[in-house]
Design a protein around this ligand. Structure first.
Ligand code: FDA
Length: 310
């Protein structure tokens, strides 16, 4: 079975967020090491230098990169400030080391759940640095309860710093209307299908209809002259997007998560497509691993193989 039911995926993500379970794992060195081995396929490491080393290597091989310091739903102002400082650090190093690229993050990692003004202040602080170094700053899209707040903060910040980009989820019914308003010439937009379980009233599940919607959003962004990242591992969908005309967009690229389908990255690159690899790092690797398994259960077998063979 290639997909978990909505309930099972939500349960796995909820388990991943439980601090008591995480604490037990941390107290069991053998289990911790095994899980870390499984996560190593998807996460570059716990620390920034590990992510930057991989970013350098991929850059030299001709890929663009995105970097994410993993984290979400941070509930203390101090932790949000720490996350912002880390993102500022990675942004600065990307700029100073000439790798270029993009820094990606969840607004709930830098203050959305604490206070919107705090999130905005952190976002503007990062926007200023992004502007200084010419690095793109990309806002990820979280579950639908946060969509409105995320889009509002995005609009406020992008008006000041145009290097800020936004992720839009094709699965949400509201996205077409959001895109119609947000997308203008040179808007930096990343399209994803959507990783969060949502009710039918708000979103489509994986289906041909969702793929059609994704293509239609792409076509709208092309017409509007946007800078488009197509973030998907779905080869059938990528084939359809190739057939669509890229003419008119300011730029189009494919963006794939590190470790998910490395062979596809190579193949697309060899075929001449601009490919960006999305790298992650941080102490929250366990959460990230659970997300990758929840979205694609066969990754559990891969994780077990990595644990035993690593
Ligand atoms: P889909 O889930 O439809 O699967 C199609 C096929 O792709 C599968 O049959 C399999 O072959 C392959 N595949 C998909 N996922 C795989 C996996 N994990 N491992 C192995 N193979 C897999 N979501 C969100 O809600 N907010 C966000 O901000 C982001 N940000 C983001 C950035 C980037 C760069 C990417 C690539 C993805 C995201 N996502 C996201 C996640 C996105 O919404 C979606 O959940 C995943 O990309 C999986 O959907 P696909 O379109 O890739 O394929």
């Amino acid at each position: 079975e290639q997909r978990l039911t909505a309930g099972a995926a939500a349960a796995l993500k909820a388990i991943a967020r439980r601090p008591d379970i995480k604490m037990h794992i941390e107290q069991e060195p053998q289990l911790y090491t095994l899980l870390q081995r499984a996560a190593a396929r998807y996460v570059t490491g716990e620390q920034r230098p590990q992510a930057l080393a991989v970013a350098h290597q991929l850059h030299d091989e001709g890929y663009a990169v995105s970097l994410e310091y993993i984290g979400e739903n941070t509930v203390s102002a101090a932790a949000c400030q720490q996350a912002t400082a880390e993102l500022a650090g990675v942004l600065t190093e990307l700029g100073e080391q000439g790798i270029g690229g993009r820094v990606s993050f969840d607004l709930s990692h830098i203050g959305l759940l604490v206070d919107r003004e705090l999130a905005l202040a952190h976002l503007l602080q990062l926007g200023e640095l992004a502007h200084t170094y010419g690095i793109e700053l990309f806002i990820s899209m979280e579950e639908s309860a946060k969509t409105e707040a995320i889009l509002q903060l995005y609009r406020q910040a992008v008006a000041v710093y145009p290097l800020i980009g936004i992720t839009l989820q094709a699965h949400l019914h509201r996205t077409w209307a959001d895109a119609a308003v947000l997308l203008t010439k040179d808007t930096r937009v990343r399209f994803v299908k959507g990783a969060y379980e949502e009710p039918d009233t708000l979103a489509l599940s994986r289906s041909a209809e969702l793929d059609d919607r994704y293509v239609t959003l792409f076509e709208l962004a092309v017409q509007r002259g946007c800078r488009i990242s197509l973030a998907t591992h779905d080869e059938t969908l990528i084939d359809r997007l190739r057939l669509s005309s890229w003419q008119g967009a300011a730029s189009v690229e494919l963006e794939l998560l590190y470790g998910i389908r490395p062979e596809l990255c190579v193949r697309l690159r060899e075929q001449g497509y601009p490919v960006r690899v999305y790298l992650t790092y941080g102490q929250e690797w366990y959460l990230y691993l659970c997300h990758r398994i929840a979205e694609y259960p066969p990754n559990l077998y891969q994780a077990l193989i990595d644990m035993v063979g690593g």
